[in-house]
Design a protein around this ligand. Structure first.
Ligand SMILES: Nc1ncnc2c1ncn2[C@@H]1O[C@H](COP(=O)(O)OP(=O)(O)O)[C@@H](O)[C@H]1O
Ligand SMILES: [Mg+2]
Length: 340
């Protein structure tokens, strides 16, 4: 065995013999890491999640999750992992506590410990006060935290999150991630997350993979991917305009280009931090006083554009896969006894 928490090798999914949703996708996720799966709407993210979680049979390829062959033992994988969908799956006609009780029964949490587990999760997700209210009265952020609690009620070692913060405001997103990061720290849980919030992926994920039209186009840590773009932007502003400044900056080793804009000089270079002292020094030697120096590293938006040739667009909502997976999950819940 590889020791990887998630391993995908040559995954392919062709829907109805035509739509090639996922093509030859391979990657590995080390235990305890947060792995981000980024791509525009329709790229194949949910299809990949559905295959990795035992909810969808692949057309070809192999996958293991926590050492279990997903396609040989999908039911075992479903019980082992946690899964939070992009669309709300909490039953709004049940209270928060009832939703958790249902999940506990579904995942075979021992009856003895159910009540304490639920109480501590409710508390921890800061929905303790609303535990006995119907979830239809919950805010978006509360619902997401409840669904996260549902997803981890059986203390899974691997948690899959499909666009978990879709539609939450920045505060709700930050709160959601705080809990995920805490859980990871305490339980060493591995997290596979799809998101279209690139800033979120940048700060939260240890590694990311970018998928476009079913193909993986790049994999690496956010900073590795940004480094591959090859240039930071250093903006230097002199106290008073200087006719020699552009030439002085251009002569500094490592500078790729200099552009002048509104009295500021925009310098491109592979390693901005290392360049700043050299730029400052070169200006000082030429008698140029600087008013400000700032550094901008490329963001994941630029990384995305570079690797896919397209601007990143917002997801427009549920696709066919999301619906199919949810229907399957609901049927499974009822097949296993569903509500008492
Ligand atoms: N059940 C289905 N039948 C046919 N095509 C589908 C089905 N589910 C998804 N697709 C198509 O597969 C592609 C990938 O979809 P999906 O995995 O949902 O992308 P994402 O989650 O990245 O938005 C899209 O072109 C989508 O329209
Ligand atoms: Mg999706």
């Amino acid at each position: 065995m590889s020791g990887l928490a998630i391993e995908a090798a040559g995954l392919v999914k062709t829907y109805k013999g035509k739509v090639r949703a996922v093509e030859n996708v391979s990657f590995g996720v080390d235990p305890g890491r947060i792995f981000g799966f980024l791509g525009p709407n329709g790229a194949g993210k949910t299809t990949t999640v559905a295959m990795l979680t035992g909810n969808l049979a692949p057309t070809a390829g192999q996958a293991t999750v926590d050492g279990v062959d997903v396609f040989r033992h999908p039911e075992l994988v479903k019980r082992k992992i946690g899964l939070v969908f992009q669309e709300s799956t909490a039953d709004s006609d049940l209270t928060g506590r009832e939703n958790l009780e249902l999940a506990a029964a579904l995942f075979g949490v021992p009856r003895r410990s159910t009540a304490t587990t639920i109480d501590s999760l409710l508390d921890r997700m800061q929905i303790g006060d609303a535990a006995d209210r119907l979830t239809k009265t919950y805010s978006g952020g509360m619902r997401r935290r409840l669904e996260l609690a549902v997803g981890i009620i059986h203390a899974p070692r691997v948690l899959f999150l499909d666009e978990p913060t879709l539609g939450l405001d920045p505060q709700g997103r930050a709160g959601f991630w705080r809990f995920v990061l805490e859980l990871r720290k305490e339980h060493g849980m591995t997290v596979f997350v799809t998101t279209h919030y690139l800033d979120e992926a940048d700060t939260i994920c240890d590694r990311i993979a970018i998928i476009d039209h079913g193909h993986l186009v790049a994999t690496g840590s956010p900073s590795e991917l940004k480094d591959r773009l090859g240039a930071d932007l250093v903006t230097v502003r002199p106290v008073t305009p200087s006719p020699i400044m552009e030439g002085v900056l251009r002569a500094v080793p490592g500078v790729l280009s200099v552009a002048v804009q509104d009295g500021s000089y925009r310098v491109k270079a592979p390693r901005g931090e290392a360049l700043i002292p050299l730029l400052v020094d070169a200006c000082a030697r030429s008698g140029i006083d600087l008013a400000s120096v700032s550094l901008k590293r490329p963001s994941l938006d630029e990384v995305f554009l570079e690797f896919t040739g397209r601007e990143f667009r917002e997801d427009e909502g549920m696709t066919a896969t999301d619906r199919a997976v949810r229907v399957g999950q609901v049927q499974q819940a009822f097949g296993r006894g569903g509500r008492r």
